[in-house]
Ligand binder design. Structure first.
Ligand code: PLP
Length: 429
């Protein structure tokens, strides 16, 4: 196989002399890689041909209502999870800088060895105060919080009853757990009741739901979920990633909306959306559950937590949200204003109780053309279609933020109106 030997030489040409010794099996490894390489390339081509290839738009400014792209174009951003506009908030930046100065940059350790600072402990208590819960455990991300939640708590004697539209991290967390799995149709309480009845043979039952479902912006009917849980003796876990900071009069999430503060056993959430948007996740709830997670939850035991500077900014964030309701009020007013005007123009908007506004277009290609035309008008939004949303339910998802001023909203609304008429979504006159 002279060609393979030639390739070994070519690949290693830049390595220091003597670094790469030919070892038995090298040629086979290259042949092996060539096989999977072809396979990956053909899958990539398929993804591209189906129009499902995900690119990245490169931003060269801080996150905010207006962002600058590496093309030099400045656009209004309506697709960030920056619900409270805190991603570039100067109070958070100052708190992070102070922590950088007095706590340094990294911890080089997981929490239980030597990776816990006073800032981590303080943020955990602040988050518990915020949600009216007993204790909190931080993770590097909510993906980890959900990934490490179910497996320690439940065994094959138990049951998880999960909403069909739950976030990928809940689905993966459930997969890692040996509990029996039951699935109910999105927010369908008759189906949830059926599944709870089927799960009555198991020892413990846990209902798992997103607080806000990110594609429609609908809120989980938590009042009904909790009363079914009481009736069928189940615990409730709600992921407040898209609802914390957003839903409820003071942004305490769906448990506030339904007047159920402290009324569910487990809440998970992220620091990566409304809460400053950097990185970090948490599980907050009953103290024995949190204490047990500190003993057994694998992403907590085997992976670093957030750096001190992120914890400090998180503390500042909770303090700001406790001092004033300004940002939540502004977000709620912005959402109401935008949705009201868009509905009046004749757009078909999915019923929503969050800062997510799904503008229904139904046709996949139309959703892509519409988003591209909006970008040319300086409005950055994303068009979603199958398999991210059901077939025939393509849409543009608009995310409102307290960072938006009325002039930003008006500019977006008039761009939607213009493109809507051009593309025949709205009547031309
Ligand atoms: C975004 C999101 C997550 C993941 O949060 P990260 O902190 O970015 O890992 C988990 N659950 C839900 C419902 C989300 O929307």
């Amino acid at each position: 196989m002279p060609s393979c030997i030639f390739m070994v030489k070519k690949i290693t040409a830049k390595e220091p002399k003597g670094y790469h010794k030919e070892v038995p099996g090298t040629q086979n490894n290259l042949i092996m890689y060539n096989n999977i390489k072809e396979h990956l390339n053909s899958l990539l081509t398929e993804i591209k041909e189906a129009g499902l290839y995900k690119g990245e738009r490169i931003i060269v400014s801080p996150q905010g209502a207006e962002i600058e792209l590496n093309t030099g174009q400045k656009v209004l951003n309506f697709c960030a999870n920056n619900y409270l506009g805190l991603s570039n908030n100067h109070h958070l930046i100052e708190a992070a800088k102070e922590a950088l100065a007095d706590h340094g940059y990294g911890m080089s350790s997981v929490r239980f060895i030597c990776g816990t600072t006073d800032l981590h402990k303080k943020l955990e208590l602040k988050i518990a105060e915020f949600f009216g819960t007993e204790d909190t455990i931080l993770y590097a991300a909510c993906f980890d919080a959900n990934g490490g939640l179910f497996e320690p708590l439940l065994t094959d004697q138990d049951a998880i009853i999960s909403d069909s539209l739950n976030h990928a991290s809940i689905i993966d967390g459930v997969r890692l757990c040996k509990a029996q799995r039951y699935r109910y149709e999105n927010a369908d309480m008759e189906d949830l009741e059926r599944q709870l009845q089927l799960a009555q043979g198991q020892r413990f039952r846990l209902i798992a739901t997103d607080g806000v479902f990110s594609m429609d912006g609908n809120v989980a009917p938590l009042d009904k979920i909790v009363s079914l849980a009481e009736r069928y003796k189940a615990m409730v876990m709600v992921d407040e990633s898209h609802s914390a900071g957003v839903v409820g009069k003071t942004g305490r999430g769906v448990t506030e909306l339904y007047d159920l503060r402290g009324g569910v056993e487990i809440i998970t959430g992220t620091l990566g959306k409304a809460f400053g948007g950097a990185i970090g996740g948490f599980t907050t709830g009953k103290k024995e559950i949190i204490e047990f997670l500190r003993q057994r939850s694998r992403p907590y035991l085997f992976s670093n937590s957030i750096p001190p500077l992120v914890a400090a900014a998180g503390i500042k964030m909770v303090e700001m949200m406790t001092d004033t309701n300004e940002l939540q009020d502004k977000l709620h007013n912005n959402s109401e204003y935008f949705i009201g005007k868009m509905t009046a123009l004749g757009f078909d908007i999915k019923p929503t109780r969050s800062a997510i506004c799904a503008v229904m277009l139904y046709d996949a290609k139309l959703s892509q053309d519409f988003a591209a035309r909006l970008l040319a008008e300086g409005i950055y939004v994303i068009g979603f279609y199958y398999p991210v949303v059901p077939k025939g339910e393509a849409r543009i998802r608009v995310q409102l933020s307290a960072a938006h001023e009325t002039e930003h909203l008006d500019k977006a609304i008039s761009a939607f109106s213009k493109v809507g008429k051009e593309l025949g979504v709205l009547p031309a006159f």
